[in-house]
Design a binder for this molecule. Structure first.
Ligand SMILES: CC(=O)N[C@H]1[C@@H](OP(=O)(O)OP(=O)(O)OC[C@H]2O[C@@H](n3ccc(=O)[nH]c3=O)[C@H](O)[C@@H]2O)O[C@H](CO)[C@@H](O)[C@@H]1O
Ligand SMILES: C=C(OP(=O)(O)O)C(=O)O
Length: 416
């Protein structure tokens, strides 16, 4: 199992090119199931989750051609309407094949994803929404069996805002008969990116970017080309890294208009930023200021940045408070950060961080994707060596993070 060895204390200086967003690429790849035409994608990140999704899609009979960041999908010969447990268990986003397969072929069998390190993460809203569209759904032996003659448009109000739930229902509704209204829809930029691709494929969607999506179903969709949006979480992760270590970095291929909540907090931290059209130059020469925040749905502060900001707070010049409202168990990094000398206490969904003068390197264990990234940030700022175990979590969602960090001066290496 690969590990990362970091010797902390280096300032980060240089350029980082941000990759396409994992959370946009995964639903967008599933949109390839909706048509027999070619879906030609660019800016697809090199991630384990993308490789897993391509494997899963390939097993359905979807043809996949990959050339670097370009991926071409062709769904003219899909014959296996299934997502098996072996793949779903390694990547929850596999649930995103359910809506498209059902809408186009009238049938799907998808393993239930189950919980994960950050929470129980049920998919009841995906199921409830598809049932409202007329699907018959049964659950047996860990699998969701979904069937329908033809999905029929309906008004769906989800109990909570769900990102992949919105994406699944949106994809299904594009091929349903008549009008579907998705109320309480997620407004995350990754949902918008998917919706833009669907429109390019011939879908009729109004309200893109709002919490009310109105879809007029069409009999079929056609092929299209699309470039996946830049990863706002990867970009903000590198900004947190330089806020913790000090330095002067420039991010390229960013989308600064979809990062307001994180950028506001980074300004409060003391990071000096010069924002260009698709670049951010970030300079830091002082100890970070502490920032207090609570995670909420977009456009609020993203839960996927909570752990990385907590890493910055551990060495800030004062106390801070972090409240996690999206997932019930997303503080697994706290104990590991405390092993590095941080002073964090938790009470329910709130963490109280003191801010210490210096972290000290130690062996730690990554428990989930963003927890891994936060430990990398903490390790870069710590004195001495930090060895991070179980970095397969990091590889799920960051495109060669250690290579990008090496290029800006970090002392980090992968141990096989
Ligand atoms: C692949 C992808 O895009 N993953 C992102 C997506 O995950 P994901 O789409 O799984 O997260 P959701 O937005 O669905 O989850 C939000 C909350 O709703 C709950 N819920 C959700 C669906 C449902 O049917 N029932 C239910 O109870 C979840 O347990 C959670 O507490 O959005 C999260 C919240 O921004 C991000 O952290 C993930 O990085
Ligand atoms: C929680 C995340 O991803 P996933 O939904 O794929 O587990 C994440 O990207 O931080």
């Amino acid at each position: 199992m690969d590990k990362l060895l970091i010797t902390g204390g280096k300032r980060l200086v240089g350029d980082v090119t941000i990759s396409g967003a994992k959370n946009a690429a995964l639903p967008i790849l599933c949109a390839g199931l909706l048509t027999s035409g070619d879906v030609v994608l660019d800016n697809v990140p090199h991630l384990h989750d993308v490789a897993t999704m391509l494997k899963l899609l390939g097993q359905t009979g979807l043809k996949v051609a990959q050339d670097g960041e370009k991926v071409t999908l062709n769904g003219s010969a899909i014959d296996k309407l299934e997502a098996p447990y072996e793949l779903v268990k390694t990547m929850r986003a596999s649930i995103l094949v359910l809506g498209p397969l059902l809408a186009r072929f009238g049938e799907a069998k998808v393993s239930l994803p189950g919980g994960c390190a950050i929470g129980s993460r049920p998919v009841d809203q995906h199921i409830k929404g598809l049932q409202a569209l007329g699907a018959e759904i049964t659950i047996d032996a860990g699998y969701i069996y979904a069937k329908c003659k033809k999905l029929k448009g309906a008004r769906i109000v989800t109990d909570m805002i769900t990102v992949t739930g919105t994406e699944n229902l949106l994809m299904a509704a594009t091929l349903a008969e008549g009008e579907t209204i998705l109320e309480n829809a997620a407004r995350e930029p990754e949902v918008t990116d998917l919706a833009n691709l669907l429109v390019a494929m011939g879908a009729r969607i109004e309200g893109i970017g709002t919490d009310r999506l109105v879809i007029q179903g069409v009999p079929e969709l056609h092929g299209a080309s699309h470039s996946v949006i830049s990863d706002r979480i990867e970009a903000a992760t590198f900004l947190c890294a330089v806020a913790a270590t000090g330095g002067d970095i420039t991010l390229r291929n960013t989308r600064t208009d979809i990062m307001d909540a994180a950028l506001d907090k980074l300004r409060e931290v003391g990071l000096q930023m010069t924002i260009g059209k698709d670049t951010i130059r970030a300079q830091m020469d002082a100890r970070p200021n502490p920032v207090t925040f609570r995670t909420t749905e977009y456009p609020g502060f993203p839960t996927d940045m909570q752990a990385q900001f907590m890493a910055v707070n551990t060495i800030a010049n004062g106390p801070s408070r972090v409240t996690e409202t999206i997932f019930e168990n997303r503080f697994m990094h706290v104990q590991e950060m405390n092993r590095l000398g941080a002073a964090i206490e938790t009470d329910g969904n709130t963490a109280f961080i003191k801010g210490v003068d210096q972290l000290v390197g130690a062996p730690v264990m990554a428990t989930d994707l963003r927890a891994s990234a936060s430990l990398v940030i903490a390790g870069l700022a710590a004195k001495g060596e930090t060895l991070i175990d179980r970095i397969y979590h990091l590889d799920r969602g960051y495109d060669r993070m250690e290579v990008k960090l090496q290029a800006i001066g970090a002392n980090i290496s992968r141990i096989k």
